[in-house]
Design a protein. Sequence first.
Length: 149
Amino acid sequence: MWFSKKQQPAHRSTDSLIGHGGSLEGKVQCDTNLRIEGNFNGEILCLGVVTVGEHGVVHSSIQAQEIIIAGKVYGNVTADRRLTMTGGSQLHGNISASSLNIMEGSILNGSVVMHEKPAEAPAGGKSNVGSADKAAKRAAKSKSTLEAG
């Protein structure tokens, strides 16, 4: 009997952590998730989720797919998908996000810009634009017929 070996992934992603009591300054770019429980000064560019823990203090701009704030952030944040502020969190900066969830007890000092993700094309490549145009033409035609008649 043949036994097959289980395939191990060639590259396994690891989350990054700035622990409680730790301090880091500079520019962080990561493809995975980032959790900050300590202090950070600089710039964050992340393709995953950035989480600022309850004890985390961030003086930085943050750009990520998703951002969760439970601590304090001083800087502008851009979330491609969603930004969540838990109760007791603070954000002193501007927000740009597709989805925003601010829980009671949070403090937000800044402006908010919401953006939509582009609509996906319907399956099969068919478009409903033509049927909407036809309906508009019919309505205009019936209106002109009523006015003339």
